[in-house]
Design a binder for this molecule. Structure first.
Ligand code: FMN
Ligand code: SF4
Length: 438
C-alpha cells in the first residue's frame, strides 16, 4: 500500500478527532503542505476534567498507539513523531518508553524499517502540567521549549507547525483508531456508529454514578444507557440526575430531560452542547450548581495561560463573584452580571480556551437560574450590598500610609479614606449592565 492509499482509507473511514473538536482525521492529513521534514505530534496531554481515556490506552495498550503512529507516519511521510504526554501520567510515560524500546527491538521503529526506505523515531515528551498545553499550537510552543502559549491560526500546524514545518497534531485515541481501521478495514469500522459519527467511542463516565469508568461503545449510544445500564444509575437513589456534562468540563451541560440524547456529534450538537472528549460527568440533585460553577471557574482561572486579557482577567472576575455568592453576599443581579461577563470572554479571547472557560457556566445559568436565585435569596435575604475595602493612600511626602483623621487637611464631613475603612458603595449598585442591552 502507498502512503496516499493509507490517507484515502483513513478519509473513507470517517474517523473524527477524539481530542475535542471532532475534525475528520483523514481530511486534516490531506491539508499537509508539501515541505519536508514533516512531523506527527500525538496529543496525550489529556487535561480536560472528566477525561481519562488516553491514559488507559497508554498504560495498558501502548502498542496499539505505537502501531497507529507507525501507520500514520507512513501515510503523512513523517520520520519523527512526538508524544506530548501529561506530566502527571508518569506510569503511562514509563509504559510508553518501554513499549517503544520493544517496538524498536522488533524492528518496527528505527532506520530502514523491515528493509523499506521508511525511517521513524518516536520522542516522548512530558508536559509540566498546564491545561492550555493541550491546545495544539500551545503544545507546539511548549515542545519547542517556549512558554505554553497558543499561536495565531492561520497558518495551521499542517502548513507551519513544529519548528515551522508541516505538522499533524492528533489525539491518542484518534491515532489508536487508525490502527483499527487499517487492521479491520473501512467497512468494519463504519459498521459502528452513524454515517457522520462512525466507529466506537471511549466514554469516560464520572460524577454521581454507581459505576464510574471507561465504556467503549458505538457512537450514538443513548446517554441514558451510558448512565443507567453501564453506570448503574445515580449513586444515591434519592438524588436523581439533574444535569450531565456530555463531553468534558468545557462543554455545555444537558439537563435531566435530555438523557435520551444519542451520543454522537450531530445529536449532542442538536441538544445544544458538544461531544467534545466524551467525558460524561453526571451531576445529581444533591449537588449545588453554585458550588459547581465556583469550582469550575476556579479551574479555568488557575489554568488561563494569561496571554490575552478577556480570559486572564475575566475568569478571575467570574470566580470572585461566585465566591461572593457562595459566601452569602450575592444579589439577584449577580446572575445577570455573571452572564454578561461571559460574553466578553467567549468569542473575544485569543484561543478556544475562552469558550471552554465559560460554556459550562453559561449553560448552568441558563438551565439552573432558579437555583441560583433561591440560593441568593436564602443566603442574603436583605440583598445586602457587599462592602468594599478602600486601599490606604500613601502620602507622597513621607511614603507612609496616610490617615485622614490625623491629616492636616481639614475634613469636610465624614470621609471614607481612612486606612482599610470599609464603605458601602450605595451609589454604585446600578452599575450592573442591563443584559437586554448587552
Ligand atoms: C484549551 C484546550 C485544551 C485542549 N486539550 C487537549 C488535550 O488534552 N488533548 C487533545 O487531544 N486535544 C486537546 N485539545 C484539542 C487540540 O487543540 C486539537 O484540536 C487536538 O489535539 C487535535 O487532535 P484530533 O483531531 O485527533 O482531535 C485542546 C484544545 C483546547 C482549546
Ligand atoms: S484564551 Fe487567552 S489567556 Fe486564555 S488560554 Fe487562550 S490565549 Fe491564554
Amino acid at each position: 500500500m502507498k502512503p496516499e492509499e493509507v490517507v484515502e482509507q483513513v478519509k473513507a473511514s470517517g474517523i473524527r478527532g477524539r481530542g475535542g473538536a471532532g475534525f475528520p482525521t483523514g481530511q486534516k492529513w490531506s491539508f499537509l503542505a508539501p515541505a519536508m521534514p514533516r512531523y506527527l505530534v500525538v496529543n496525550a496531554d489529556e487535561s480536560e476534567p472528566g477525561t481519562f481515556k488516553d491514559r488507559i490506552i497508554m498504560e495498558y495498550d501502548p502498542h496499539q498507539l505505537i502501531e497507529g503512529i507507525v501507520m500514520s507516519c507512513f501515510a503523512i511521510k513523517a520520520e519523527r513523531a512526538f508524544i506530548y504526554i501529561r506530566g502527571e501520567y508518569y506510569f503511562g510515560y514509563t509504559r510508553l518508553v518501554e513499549a517503544i524500546k520493544e517496538a524498536k527491538a522488533k524492528g518496527f521503529l528505527g532506520k530502514g524499517i523491515f528493509g523499506t526506505e521508511m525511517n521513524l523515531e518516536i520522542v516522548v515528551h512530558r508536559g509540566a502540567g498546564a491545561y492550555e498545553c493541550g491546545e495544539e499550537t500551545a503544545q507546539l510552543s511548549s515542545l519547542e521549549g517556549y512558554r505554553g502559549h497558543p499561536r495565531m491560526k492561520p497558518p495551521f500546524p499542517a502548513v507551519e507547525g513544529l519548528y515551522s514545518k508541516p505538522t499533524i497534531v492528533n489525539n491518542v485515541e484518534s491515532i489508536a483508531n487508525v490502527t483499527q481501521v487499517m487492521r479491520h478495514g473501512v467497512q468494519w469500522y463504519r459498521g459502528f456508529g452513524t454515517e457522520k459519527s462512525p466507529g466506537m467511542r471511549i466514554f469516560c463516565l464520572s460524577g454521581n454514578v454507581k459505576y464510574p469508568g471507561l465504556y467503549e461503545l458505538p457512537h450514538a449510544t443513548p446517554l441514558r444507557e451510558i448512565l443507567f445500564t453501564y453506570g448503574g444509575g445515580p449513586v444515591n437513589d434519592e438524588a436523581p440526575f439533574k444535569a450531565v456534562v456530555p463531553g468534558g468540563l468545557s462543554m455545555k451541560m444537558l439537563s435531566a430531560d435530555q438523557l435520551d440524547t444519542p451520543m454522537d456529534y450531530e445529536a449532542v450538537a442538536a441538544a445544544g452542547s458538544s461531544l467534545g472528549s466524551a467525558g460524561v460527568i453526571a451531576i445529581d440533585a444533591a449537588q449545588s450548581m453554585v458550588t459547581i460553577a465556583r469550582r469550575t471557574l476556579g479551574f479555568y482561572r488557575e489554568e488561563s495561560c494569561g496571554k490575552c486579557t478577556p480570559c486572564r482577567e475575566g475568569t478571575g472576575w467570574l470566580e470572585k463573584i461566585l465566591i461572593r455568592i457562595e459566601e452569602g453576599d450575592g444579589r439577584e443581579q449577580d446572575v445577570d452580571l455573571l452572564n454578561h461577563i461571559t460574553k466578553f470572554i467567549a468569542g473575544k479571547s485569543f484561543c478556544p480556551f475562552g469558550e471552554a472557560a465559560v460554556w459550562g457556566l453559561q449553560s448552568n445559568l441558563a438551565k439552573f437560574r432558579p437555583e441560583f436565585i433561591t440560593f441568593i435569596e436564602e443566603t442574603n435575604p436583605d440583598q445586602r450590598i457587599p462592602a468594599l475595602p478602600i486601599r490606604p493612600i500613601y502620602r507622597p511626602d513621607t511614603g507612609e500610609p496616610s490617615s485622614l483623621t490625623v491629616s492636616a487637611i481639614e475634613l469636610v464631613g465624614e470621609s471614607p479614606l481612612n486606612r482599610d475603612t470599609l464603605v458601602e458603595i450605595a451609589h454604585l449598585i446600578d452599575i450592573v449592565p442591563d443584559p437586554g442591552n448587552a
